[in-house]
Write a new protein. Structure first.
Length: 119
């Protein structure tokens, strides 16, 4: 009779090595997502961030760009809180805020995929 323990030990070592590789790949993915995904929030989060009421936020929506500062997901609006912070800091310096918008566009995953395809 052949002792199965060496085969079992080899299989366990291979499994552990595979799990380590998977963990490394997941960590790399998480790092890329941390860079690519903006901090987002609800309409209430956006109003709280700006220190205004939802009603005032509704009036200021004309100053924001749909698809950049906010977008719809079903019936809800999702706001890019980082860009709203920048808008608040640079409200009286549109050129500075435009640079932040361009930087955000470059960071988006959708833009990165397009750049790879066109290369």
């Amino acid at each position: 009779m052949i002792d199965p323990s060496p085969n079992l030990a080899d299989a366990l070592l291979k499994l552990a090595a595979s799990q380590e590789r998977i963990a490394d790949v997941l960590e790399q993915i998480n790092q890329k997502l941390d860079v690519a995904l903006p901090e987002t929030g609800s309409k209430q989060d956006a109003a709280n961030l700006l220190g205004i009421s939802i009603r005032t936020l509704d009036r200021r929506m004309a100053q924001f760009q749909e698809g950049i500062h906010y977008w719809g997901e079903g019936s809800k609006l999702i706001f890019d809180l980082e860009l709203l912070r920048d808008w608040q800091r640079n409200r009286h310096n549109p050129a500075a805020h435009q640079r932040a918008i361009e930087l955000r566009r470059k960071q988006l995953l959708s833009q990165q995929k397009q750049q790879r395809k066109s290369s």
